[in-house]
Structures are given as C-alpha cells and as structure tokens.
Design a protein around this ligand. Structure first.
Ligand code: A2P
Length: 335
C-alpha cells in the first residue's frame, strides 16, 4: 500500500501535521487540558490548536514545557497554532506576545486571525464557551454574542499588516485566517504582502467547503478543519453529523469508529483535521487513521450528503454596528 503522508507542505515550506488536537470546550478545565495534551503527545500527535479566546493556551504551554523538559519531544517537532481574538485586531504584535507568554514559547508555528470581526478591547469574552450544552440543535448557536456597542469598524488590511509584522519579527513561522469566505481571502490577497498559509474553517462531511477548498488549492493555501466531527455534545455543534447513516454504514464496513471515518475522509480530502478530545481512549482512537483508507465510492457517497453549516455566526451579525447585517453577508453568500 502506498504510504500516506502525515503532513502537508505549507506555502512557507513548513510541514503541517494532518491531525492536530483541538482544545476548545464548553467546560474548560486546565488540568484536563494539560493531561490530554500529554496523552496526545504520547500517542503521536504533533499538532495542537489553541486560541487566546479558548483559555487553553496556558495548560497547553504547561504540557508542552513539561514534555520538552523530560525529553518526550523537542520544540521543533511540534506544530502549535494560536489565534488573534476579535478584541486584539489593533495590535497583533502585543497579542501574540501575550499568547507566547501563556504558551511558554518563543514562537508559534501558525498565527491566525480568528474571525473577520473587530470588537473593542474591553468587550467581554463571555459567550459560547461559558455555556454548558442544554440541548442538541442544528440551529444557531445559543451564544448571544457581542453587544451592539462592542463592534468596531473592520480594517482587515491593517490587521493583516500587524500579522505580517508578527511573522517578520519571528514570533510566528506562518500566518493565516480563520472563518473567512473565499471572497474575503480574495480581498486579502489583493493587498497582502505575505499571502496566508492556512485558512481554518468548520469542515466535516455535512459542511464540506467545496468552493473554499477549490479556491484555496488554486492559491496554494492549506485548509484546516475545525470541528471535523461536527462537535457532538457541544452548544455550537450537533450529533447529527456523527449519527449520519452513511458515516455509520462506512464505519461498519471497515470496523472503524464513525469519528475515524470522518477524520480519514478529511485527510484524504487534503485538509488537516483538528478533533478535540480530552478523553484518553478517544484521543488514541482518533489518531488511528493512517493504516487504512476509503475507496472512491466511499468518497462519492459522503460527497452526496446534505450540507448544513453548524456554526452560522449569528452572534456576529446585527443591523447597526456589525459590518454584517445578515449571516449571508458574514459569509459572502457562501452559506
Ligand atoms: P470528548 O472530549 O469527551 O472526547 P469536534 O472536534 O468536531 O469539535 O468535536 C468535539 C467533540 O467530540 C467533543 O465533545 C469530544 O468530546 C467529542 N469526541 C471527540 N472524539 C470523539 C469520538 N471518537 N467519538 C465521539 N465523540 C468524540
């Protein structure tokens, strides 16, 4: 069998591991995160995804530092991504320095603009992550979102210049964006001195991002998938993706878990997948996706699934102060 590469090359020349551990949950507990990261390192994960907004930078940093000190891994063997939160657009250099302090690192491998949204510095972080799941829904996130007075006019050109400065200062090895439509990436490319290396977006079998992936592949931008399992049992996701009968059928055919099928599908589509788990067995089983494969027929079947975005971003839309009056405007119609 042909050996399946476990990394993809970015337009910077760096390699990004195709599976990374996500670290966002409605129920963040620092000890759980540190323990999960150590387990993941032992299992073989070399890619970790965090954000200043997730409150997981510090426990991730603690775990990595312990692992460096006891020789489990070297800094250059791990790929760490963090993100500029909406309140930090004015000064990405100060923001990344604060993230690096939390992470106890000199540099990250990838720094992303978390959302095409700018909020005033004092806007509270409260929201989706503070809520415990109440009911499962395919509808909008219950996060009520920033208040009207929290929004500031968006100036992505100046934010991107700040991101470029982070790269030039050696604080990150690559820069990119998250939750951008292909239209917004196109706008960015029209003024960027350094093009984005990565776009990280919601992607799973029920939100396949075909248009965006097509655009990114033409422009040599790597795509990373957040919530590649459809975020079961979270306030912003749904069990519907994991419970899809086609995913179930394929998982039975191979004797694999449904999560493994979804993750294998993602990496065979050429993206890196970032499943979140703090459970030892699931951290282990989610990583077992490199010694088997799907057939073109499996891809055809999954390719036919009905599409529905789980996290629509209603929280970032209003009629007065947001740059987006509707969800369609937020995603430039790509929803
Ligand atoms: P847990 O941390 O208890 O494992 P996503 O990565 O799509 O956002 O999904 C994250 C959610 O999926 C978390 O609630 C996580 O819970 C759960 N999860 C992770 N791996 C699996 C798996 N193999 N099977 C079922 N649920 C999983």
């Amino acid at each position: 069998m042909e050996v399946f590469k476990r990394t993809a090359q970015l337009n910077t020349g760096a390699q990004i591991p195709l599976i990374g551990l996500g670290t966002v949950s409605a129920d963040q507990n620092e000890e759980d995160i540190t323990a999960a990261v150590i387990t993941a390192l032992q299992v073989g994960y070399r890619h970790f995804d965090t954000a200043s907004m997730y409150k997981s930078e510090r426990p991730l940093g603690k775990a990595l530092n312990t692992a460096f000190q006891n020789g489990l891994v070297k800094r250059e063997d791990v790929f760490v991504t963090t993100k500029l939160w909406n309140t930090e657009h004015d000064d990405p250099v100060t923001a990344i320095k604060s993230s690096l302090k939390n992470l106890q690192l000199d540099y990250v491998d990838l720094y992303l603009i978390h959302w095409p949204i700018k909020l005033r510095k004092e806007a509270p972080l409260s929201g989706a992550l503070d809520r415990k799941p109440t009911k499962l829904t395919t509808e909008v996130n219950p996060y009520s979102g920033p208040k009207e007075e929290d929004f500031l006019p968006l100036d992505l050109k100046s934010t991107w210049q700040g991101m470029e400065q982070c790269l030039e200062m050696g604080l990150t090895k690559a820069i990119g964006v998250s939750n951008f439509s292909s239209k917004k990436i196109e706008d960015l490319l029209s003024h960027a001195k350094i093009p984005p290396a990565v776009v990280q977006v919601e992607m799973h079998p029920q939100w396949q991002q075909k248009k965006l992936r097509d655009y990114c592949s033409k422009h040599n931008i790597h795509v990373s998938a957040w919530s590649p399992l459809g975020a079961p049992n979270t306030p912003w996701g749904s069990n519907l993706v994991m419970d899809d009968p086609i995913i179930h059928e394929i998982s039975q055919k191979y004797g694999k878990t449904r999560a493994q099928v979804m993750l294998r599908w993602g990496v065979e589509q050429g993206v890196s997948v970032l499943p979140k788990s703090y459970n030892t067995d699931r951290i282990f089983s989610n990583f077992q996706i490199f010694d088997w494969s799907l057939t073109p027929e499996d891809h055809d079947k999954i390719g036919m699934l009905k599409q529905a975005k789980l996290y629509r971003g209603n929280a970032f839309v209003n009629n007065t102060t947001s740059p987006y009056k509707t969800v369609e405007e937020l995603w430039d119609g790509e929803i």
